[in-house]
Design a protein. Sequence first.
Lengths: 250, 330
Amino acid sequence: MTAALETVGLSRRFGALVVANDVRFILEAGARHALIGPNGAGKTTFVNLVTGRLRPSAGRILLNGTDITALSQAQRVHQGLARTFQINTLFRGLSVLENVSLAVAEQAGIGNRMLRKGRANRGVVEGAFALLERLRLADDALVPVHTLPYGKQRLVEIAIALGLNPSVLLLDEPAAGVPSVETRIILDVIEQLPDSIAILIIEHDMDLVFRFARRITVMVQGGILVEGTSAEIAADARVREVYLGERQHG
Amino acid sequence: MRRPAADASPVDRLIASHRLRPIELLPWVIAVAAYFVFPDYLPLGSQVLIMILFALSLDLVLGYGGIVTLGQSAFFGVGAYAAGIYSVHVSGEPLSGLVVAAIAAAVVGVISGLVILRTTGLTLLMLTLAVTSLLEATANHADFLTGGADGLQGMTINPILGRFEFDMFGRTAYVYSLVVLFLGWLLLRRLVHAPFGQSLIGIRENVTRMHAIGTPVRQRLLTAYTISAAVAGVAGGLLAQTTQFVGLTVLGFERSGAVVIMLVLGGAGRLYGAFIGAALYMIAQDQIAEVDPVFWDFWIGLLLVLVVLFARGGVLGLCDKLLLVVRRRR
């Protein structure tokens, strides 16, 4: 079976600084995979390389078997690759429904349409609203997104990505900065996503990681240290040393 | 124009929010009334209508797309010269003259946009200024075509549709400008409420996220920039035709600056700020200049400082806040 996402020899250097070093990574179809590692390990850089926000110095990226290395960020999205951001990256002045509608419109390919007539436009807003209902955001549909509590904004962050109907979803610290009570809500949402979406989650919250992920990859200094099932990673001595060990000190 | 009930679904309410509201017709009622109430002020009225159209063109890129430009007069000027030169050398027919003005400005828009829109922020601002300066210098130098510093001489404009002659009281010019402005407004209103315009707002609100939801951002901005240039070109063409003269000032930086001030004054990113801002600016300029021609700049400067400090959304933003207060009191 083709992997949902695969990187081969992916590297990125800023001058002498190597932030991604020959990364070989495979995300299986329907995966629930976590990418962990200490701060500065290059996790977000990896996401930026995969989504096309950064250009790699070397290596290739395959999405569902197709080489997307040369594609623009926008083209990759239309191939089924979606992401969320570690720091809320929302359309702050717009309502929740408008935020998600923008994504749905682009996904439907009508984002450049200059007329509002026709069923397609209603379809977009209805599609966006259905998504909000699934994420229990329907009551806040017409509320300006910047007035929402932080935890709900994190949900909108995910809703926008889901509006793109992705086959691969990269979640960059979805629970970052969220109080632990609300982390539960976010985890619920992620856990209920269908298996047709392969999910890679970057997260510092170890409870969340071990609860959600079936496989875990550990990144250190721009390279992959080890990869395995959750149980293997929990038992791995090297991981304890560089990661969990560091956590006890810090 | 039906307002949805408060218990209507959010989907219906969002869709309804894009429908035409009665208050949006108010500017047109005023413009038509002004024709009958102030017959002596029609030449000024035409100038106001033309500047409104120019400010509307800027609103599409600056107010909606968030492109901070100080070079909008480039397109206004190209449109004015194109319409002027067309009437001198090709035909005095006004409507085809406006089409020529729109096309010429759109061509300049698309070419300069290809370069300018690769940049952002201060670099973009400087580039828009540079394009205007380049064009102004070119117009000054090419005096065989443009009349250089003396301005373009010898324009004659035929009656509109072969029937409505331009008269010395500016009646025809006023109605002509009003009709063209109305068509320009129809076009832009349609664009900004369509998915295209919504995506421009998205780009303004968060360009990073627009890339991440699969929007070809630069392409979309280029489309907006070109349409905006064409509309600005029509405004320039209108000025040339109604005054039957084109001077270098149509391309000047001062005009670019003035139109930004008008838009900020009225409120950017909502179409009607262009109407209020341009009318307020032009009428204030006319009135203050009569009393105190030297000091006019001081007063408009003071007004701008007050708006930027205390009323960020311009006059319309202020109206919003007042409405909110009134509704809460009830």
